[in-house]
Design a binder for this molecule. Structure first.
Ligand SMILES: Nc1nc2c(ncn2[C@@H]2O[C@H](COP(=O)(O)OP(=O)(O)OP(=O)(O)O)[C@@H](O)[C@H]2O)c(=O)[nH]1
Ligand SMILES: [Mg+2]
Length: 196
């Protein structure tokens, strides 16, 4: 898809701050530093609309990016960022849960994983949680530029096995750094937008 006019719309930490336009929402979930904000920038061809950092813990609120009035990319704070205080982690966890569980507009949840690593305990918890919301979801194996192209299929298979995925569940490789595999990712996102 060619995005013409992506805009940051609002940061939210509670329901009353969510946008009220009623357009579908494509949500980015995953551990800190896995590349959720970079993913958005890469797909929409903007260098830094979503704020990114090599330090984990950059995104601290729920950020809504309006994509040509067609849908929102919703950038969530990452989990597993140990430098955040326990109290702060709990607070962030609660508003993420509230959003994921109550928001009617969610068209699809994208769980980002690092293609180089097996999902850890937190990733597994998030995966289970996403399933429990009964929303459509898609797993993205990001940072595919970090491994040899000949190893990509194998790495995807390992992720599938460690999450015990069925044939119906989709895992797509991606690289926010090099913008490879973006066609199939766009296709899958747009199916979600249209279905909502
Ligand atoms: N090599 C490589 N680096 C990436 C890729 N995607 C993201 N990065 C890098 O990973 C770091 C973290 O990226 P962010 O997009 O800020 O990660 P995030 O998931 O939004 O992190 P939080 O906001 O802390 O939850 C940055 O230094 C990015 O440049 C990728 O596909 N390949
Ligand atoms: Mg971020």
């Amino acid at each position: 898809m060619i995005v013409k006019n992506p805009k940051f719309e609002i940061s939210a930490v509670s329901k009353k701050q969510y946008p009220s336009k009623g357009i579908p929402e494509i949500v980015l979930a995953g551990k800190s530093n896995v590349g959720k904000s970079s993913f958005i920038n890469t797909l929409i061809n903007r260098k830094s609309l979503a704020r990114t950092s090599s330090e984990p813990g950059k995104t601290r609120q729920i950020n809504f990016y309006n994509i040509d009035e067609k849908f929102y990319f919703v950038d969530l704070p990452g989990y597993g960022y140990s430098k955040m205080s326990k109290q702060e982690q709990e607070k962030v966890g609660k508003f993420i849960e509230e959003y994921l569980f109550s928001r009617e507009n969610i068209a699809k949840i994208l769980l980002l994983l690092d293609i180089r690593h097996k999902p850890n305990e937190n990733d597994k918890l998030m995966y289970d949680y996403i399933r429990s919301t009964k929303r459509p979801y898609l797993i993205i194996a990001n940072k595919a530029d970090k491994i040899a192209i000949t190893k990509v299929d194998e790495a995807v298979q390992e992720i599938r096995q460690s999450l015990n995925l069925s044939d119906k569940e989709i895992v797509l490789p991606f690289s926010a750094e090099r913008k490879i595999y973006s066609d199939s990712v766009w296709k899958n996102i747009l199916i979600g937008v249209e279905k909502q």
